[in-house]
Design a binder for this molecule. Structure first.
Ligand code: C2E
Ligand code: CA
Ligand code: CA
Length: 564
């Protein structure tokens, strides 16, 4: 698939035009007419023209072609272009003093003609502009892929079209908007996917009925995320109300709540996708907030965005310079009289030379979004495996370690081989190497993902479901999921004591673990009270500040020394 606008503009943002004309005066004159607005190439006969056209075929926006030329005539060039799949899409304007040649050249595939001697520059320029615009619009329409469900542009074409829109309307002030449905997954979960689809379709129809009138562009990115590129000054409150009105007229269904993030396009040079990233940042700020429906990208977010970009830019260098540190947090078995060290979780830290210690809570989500996480995770997995080997050599015992696995890690073709090789290199039994996969990754319920996890388990790896209770696994799904350990989400532990509801939830989750025959781990345990409560309820393992936060490997050794 084509990347956005690589076909329409050369690198400096100007379109590329070829003038083919054997008379030097005409060539020079046309060139002068065009050079402000376009990058201009020149050819003085048909043979040279074809050479240049082939060389620049993906970039050329237009060929202006004289008909009478030595070596190869304009008609011949036109004929060859029309016969080629690649060259046919480049519009050709024929240059002629012979009025009789006009109709035949149009029949041969020319888009328009310009008379010789040349008319006033403005007339010629307008003609050229119109033909280019027309051909690009046609190209887009012919190649546009619309989203099946809503009929709106899909993400790829939306960005491309918006980019074109901006080029054609350079003086317009535009806003980038990201819109989604609050807790859409709950609508799908509770009312079923068909109902969810119906809601999305309705939203799509309303957008279609409204947006063309504002002179904007609309698309759907994925799931419940819609993209709008609209002229500044549009009343977004009103737009949102209109889109939301009667979305569920059935009283038994909850009201559908739309959330809008707005980026006022102040930086015209920012690529379209980044404008929408900013709008998304604004939208995310009011996630789950039912009081606010519209959120603007402001200075605070801008500062944060710049920081995020810096982290993304710095990441590779940080790996090379070993700025990333792996800390270890102990997990204790509490089934006996005294807690006993059982294993550790490897948690990454970033010691940034300018920004100091950065918590993974900040950079992990960032790297998960753009795929950089893979490199980082593999770095951690390797570090952890090597650490296990060093401890074994030093203390004569194996400390099982669990590492975190992001959802995208598992889609890499060499994911399983990579881990297997790591075990071999460091002589680690896979049973001692735990992989923590967050519950929400399973919710996706992808066959490929489940198969991958099965394969890992088949090889002997132990799988922990992280943050259990935060996702939306249904019970029957759980029974089929390949796991060895359930790790209760911290939120339930935090309020264990002052909430009956949380206590019941924890009891329920422990019961599920018991029925599935898997081990239950509670993390985020900070007090003795919490620890005793959990023990009483039958929880087998505990991780949390009560024992220790994550510490550097040297410091972790004191926990190992307790057990040897
Ligand atoms: P997580 O996997 O759920 O890790 C547990 C987090 O809870 C850790 O935060 C840990 O420091 C913190 N924690 C442990 N005990 C307590 C406690 O008693 N009270 C409180 N309030 N917090 C406690 P951390 O290290 O900041 O990591 C945050 C998240 O970042 C992790 O959540 C995990 O999702 C992600 N992460 C960390 N390291 C990696 C990594 O190497 N790869 C990937 N993909 N994600 C990682
Ligand atoms: Ca974890
Ligand atoms: Ca967790």
């Amino acid at each position: 698939m084509l990347k956005s606008h690589d076909r329409f503009y050369s690198e400096d943002g100007k379109r590329l035009v070829l003038i083919v004309e054997d008379e030097p005066v005409n060539r020079a004159l046309l060139s002068v007419y065009l050079e402000d607005e376009y990058d201009v190439l020149e050819a003085e006969d048909g043979v040279q023209a074809l050479e240049i056209i082939r060389e620049n075929q993906s970039l050329l926006s237009l060929v202006i072609l004289d008909l009478m030329m030595p070596k190869m005539s304009g008609q011949e060039v036109l004929e060859i272009m029309q016969g080629s799949d690649e060259l046919r899409r480049i519009p050709v304007i024929v240059l002629t003093s012979d009025e009789d040649a006009e109709v035949p050249s149009l029949q041969q595939g020319a888009a328009d003609f310009i008379k010789k001697p040349l008319e006033k520059p403005a007339v010629v320029q307008a003609r050229i502009r119109r033909i280019i615009e027309l051909s690009e619009d046609t190209y887009i329409i012919q190649n546009t892929e619309r989203d099946d469900l809503t009929g709106l542009l899909n993400k790829e074409f939306f960005y491309r079209y918006s980019e074109l829109f901006k080029l054609h309307h350079p003086s317009w002030d535009m806003d980038a908007l990201v819109m989604d449905v609050n807790n859409f997954h709950l609508i799908n979960e509770i009312q079923g996917r068909a109902f969810g689809d119906r809601i999305l379709k309705q939203i799509g129809e309303r957008i279609m009925s409204r947006v063309p009138g504002t002179g904007g562009v609309a698309g759907r990115s994925h799931a419940d995320t819609f993209l709008l590129y609209l002229p500044s000054g549009t009343d977004y409150e009103e737009l949102r109300d209109m889109l939301m009105e009667d979305l569920t007229n059935d009283l038994s269904n909850p009201r559908v709540h739309l959330r809008l993030g707005v980026y006022r396009e102040t930086d015209k040079n920012l690529p379209m996708e980044r404008c929408f990233d900013r709008a998304k940042m604004a939208a995310d700020l009011i996630r789950n907030n039912y009081d606010r429906g519209i959120s603007l990208y402001d200075d605070n977010l801008h500062e944060q965005d710049l920081k995020n970009q810096k982290l993304i830019n710095d990441m590779q260098k940080a790996i090379d310079e070993k700025q990333f540190l792996v800390y270890y947090q102990p997990k204790y078995d509490i089934t006996g009289e005294k807690p006993v060290l059982k294993s550790a979780e490897a948690l990454i830290r970033w010691k940034h030379p300018e920004m100091g210690m950065i918590s993974p809570g900040i950079f992990i989500p960032l790297f998960e979004k753009n795929g950089l996480i893979q490199r980082l995770d593999r770095y951690v997995w390797k570090e952890a495996a090597e650490q296990m080997r060093r401890w074994r050599e030093k203390f004569g015992v194996t400390v099982p370690v669990s590492v975190n696995v992001s959802r995208i890690d598992m889609y890499a073709a060499d994911f399983v081989p990579f881990l297997k090789a790591l075990m071999k290199e460091n002589e680690i039994k896979p049973e001692d190497y735990f992989l923590e996969i967050t519950e929400s990754a399973y919710t996706e319920n992808s066959v490929q993902l489940i198969q991958t996890v099965e394969e890992l388990r088949g090889y002997g790896f132990h799988i922990e479901m992280d943050d259990f209770g935060s996702g939306y696994s249904s019970l029957n799904m759980l029974a089929e999921m390949p796991i060895d350990v359930l790790k209760l989400d911290m939120r339930f532990i935090r309020n264990l004591h002052n909430s009956d509801r949380n206590t019941r939830m924890v009891e329920l989750m422990l019961d599920i673990a018991h029925r599935l025959g898997v081990i239950a781990v509670a993390e985020g345990v900070e007090t003795e009270e919490q620890m005793l409560d959990l023990k009483r309820m039958g929880c087998q393992r505990i991780q949390g500040y009560y024992f220790s936060g994550p510490v550097p490997p040297e410091e972790f050794e004191r926990f190992i020394e307790e057990v040897i």
